[in-house]
Write a new protein. Structure first.
Length: 164
């Protein structure tokens, strides 16, 4: 019986805690990289737009018009990239996964410190609470996104805080 408890303890740690922690860390790194990539692309587009605009000042005729159009297109693309990044929210997602990973790492330390032959119910609840909190954050992100959209509507003359 005790061998079975040790096996369960190790199996849960490896397949539930560590696997999920690795997933959180991978997603955190992915969203951090995506944020950096967006910054590089946006800045490159803005610099290119500025250079095209400056070059347009020293040319004339068709070249000047082409550079002006190019500069405006590049600036518009930079705005689109920025809007995409704001829509997806790479830093916010990276933080969500980083927080979940840290919480799970703390729970893993407690899990490893616990004797597998004792009652594991409390430790199981702690680990599963990390997963529930991470799931709850997704609902909070949806509510936050919805509240931003609602805040743009005009306020009615009705009770305080009501929207039209």
């Amino acid at each position: 019986m005790t061998d079975r408890a040790t096996q369960f303890h190790a199996l849960y740690r490896d397949l539930r805690i560590r696997d999920q922690k690795r997933y959180y860390e991978d997603r955190r790194d992915e969203y951090r990289r995506a944020h950096r990539q967006v910054l590089v692309v946006r800045n490159a587009l803005l610099v290119s737009a500025a250079l095209a605009g400056a070059a347009g000042q020293v040319t004339s005729g068709t070249a000047r018009a082409a550079l002006a159009v190019g500069a405006s297109v590049l600036a518009a693309l930079a705005g689109a990239v920025t809007a995409f990044e704001a829509l997806i929210g790479f830093p916010r997602l990276a933080k969500l996964y980083a927080d979940a990973g840290v919480n799970l790492a703390e729970a893993e330390i407690d899990w490893d410190d616990q004797d597998p032959h004792t009652d594991l119910v409390e430790s199981l609840h702690r680990v599963e609470l990390v997963f529930r909190k991470e799931n709850g954050q997704w609902g909070q992100l949806v509510v936050e996104a919805g509240s931003v959209a609602r805040d743009d509507r005009p306020v009615s003359d009705g009770p305080v805080g009501t929207q039209v």
